[in-house]
Design a protein around this ligand. Sequence first.
Ligand code: SAH
Length: 799
Amino acid sequence: MIEPDLSGRSVLLVGTGRSRLPVLVRLLTAGAEVTVTGCADDLVAVHQDLSLLAAQNGLTPSTEWALLANRLLDLTYLEPFAAVTAVPKAALVVCVPRDDEEETFWADQCRRLGVLFRAERPLPAGVALVGGGPGARDLLTLGAVAELRGADVVFADRLGPAAVLAELAPGALVVDVGKDPGHHRVPQERIEELLVAFGQSGYRVARLKGGDPYVFGRGGEERRTLLENVVPVTVRPGISSAISVPAAADIPVTCRQVSTSFTVLSGHQVPEDSVLEGLVKVGGTLVVLMGVGTLPPLLAGLRRAGLPADMPAAVVENGYASDQRVFTGTAANLVELAAVHKVRSPAVFVIGEVVRLRDELLEVATAARIRLDPEPPLAPEVHGGSGVRSTSTRGTSADTGDAEAPGTSADSSPEVVAATVPDSVDLSAFETPEMHTELSGFTIGITASRRATDQANAFLRRGAQVITAPTLAITPTEGDTELLTETALVIENPPDLLLVTTGHGLNGWFEAAEAAGMGEDLRSALTGTTILVRGAKARGAVRAQGFSDAGISADDSTTSLVDVALAHGVGGKRVAIQQHGVVDHAQMARLVAAGADLVTIRPYRWVKPEDPKAVSTLMASVIRHHVDVLTFTSAPAAEALLTTAKEEGLYELLLEAMRTEVTCVAVGPVTAAPLVAAGIEPLMPERHRLGSMIRVVVDHLNDHAIDQAQTRCGAVALRGVELLIGGERLTLPPHLADLLRVLVQADGDVVTRASLRRALPAGPSDHAIDMAISRLRKIIAPHNLVVTVPKRGFKLASV
Ligand code: SAH
């Protein structure tokens, strides 16, 4: 349905106008070799224009978006007159036509030459309010897909199926206006202002929402505001969670003879008793959305209104996600059930006789020996945040164990739990701040290449912004002749000792050997070999391959592994060492000096990153202090960052930032070594594991990076770029957050323009400071937090 397999195929993109940009990026994302007619300038102009529009509205586009400009410049462009001659060489011609005539022209050319042709009609300028369904990709409508494919700009919500954006709208400028429950991250008026601003700009904007835009989605208000501002606006309905999420738990919202009506309630405000009495009298199914926070008073009210205590009730959390959970009980114990299992938003509550049908269905299925497993998803799950929530809780290794959401089941199959709960429960579970705000406002830079996604997901799930820039890439050397030669040497002349440095490397080696048909021979060659391992992971891999080791290094370093080897004695022996990434020449030299006949095996190598621009972007963000924490999980990556900085003349600036404002965190001492040598003092977890490192980051930021002050507007807190004021969470543009931080740290004292200039990394002019203060005031209005002190400067409105 989405895109035919275009990888490696040559596609000619013809046509005119702005809408070529999203089409082009989609084709590139699908792996096509694209040639574009016209010049680069007009596409780059569209990109720049949108970037400018974003900047003017205080939005910071993603790194991918920023890097798109370079991708555009790197493409092959053809003079329009030459385009016709390029048709026969193309596997497919895609046309974004200005009018019928243009489309017919290209369609005829292609027909004549027997080349596949596709027209992509541009969507008109304006806004589409798009229902994204409850989070599963296969519950998007065709209309929604068309809108995303044609969108220049997407405004995405927390519950929308945001993960599909990378696939369906890779060339769109994506703005995340998602809200966290209880805290409107971007206030509704601001969202509407943005929709109007972008809607009036001549672009196509998709406002992607969870479920249906008109079911508790504020779609009505947005449509009205847009029409008042003369912006064309369409609505693309979506599948509402009110009906589909119960269905995901085998609960039909109506059923003949059981329930002939259903009412969808918002838990946002508990209705008055008289209304609840009416609802109970109707006797149909009650479906409650947004009810996690207000379940206790709602159920108390319903019980007062006469709802029987034994009325079946259920809660479905994270419907359609791999960590979907379902709990069933009764009106009497639903509150406890939700509290005990720490049910979190998003969740749908269902109260009514229909809930019984779920159990009946389960019974029937059991009798018929049919497993009521969830439908296999047609496509990966697409839930949550910026579309980056982990796709499964299954198979996470011990490393990321504590990076997982509390309360999620270890198994990814939906959990079914009978309604047995202890007598006393702690209802404060409802009040505990949700994990996904633990890091909100903060930005984490990630230098890892391996498992960078796991790491990024762990931070994103906690609400952080993430910049990933692998400073090195690992290339597997499967099919690599050098590795196969090394393997052949081992088979021909089996080693007495094998030193295994990484589990990953050992597995890679065996896989490569197997693929080359040398697996069996390699295994039998190693049967008499004494194996020594560096660390628990290497030991695990050796055992998993059916071997056992004769010794393990004292710590995780190659040095201590070589110590063990020397203790075993290597003189006159044939010693094979499996290398990891960089070669530790000093340790090789120790083995040779002790008389070892050395063979090295390099199953994978570190190479320069595929995307050096991402590294430059990361360095620039660190230097501007727009990154709060920078993480390191391998020594070569740490080394590579410093080397790249030297090459780009940024070493001093980068070091200065990493020694002061930007906290560096390393997974262990080996990784930290190159940083320490450069005079940086990274934080380190006690257990050298990814999960523990993530905990260190969370604790550090929460303990040391939140600036607070008591003001006339109440308590305010600044966490990275996020301002907590009057129960609201506002995300500020980074330079305004920096400015405000200086004022908050001064705690009510006057800060002069001169000291603001000195304190800010960009060293702004007085005029720029005044402009920034006025923008800041606008964003945080109606709070009157920043006071001008005539002739002196600014201060916080003190108590
Ligand atoms: N317009 C949306 C509803 C927005 S209100 C719709 O039509 O579905 C947000 C609420 O929807 C959440 O608090 C939760 O109650 C519910 N919800 C949305 N997606 C959900 C999901 N995948 N699983 C459980 N509840 C969901």
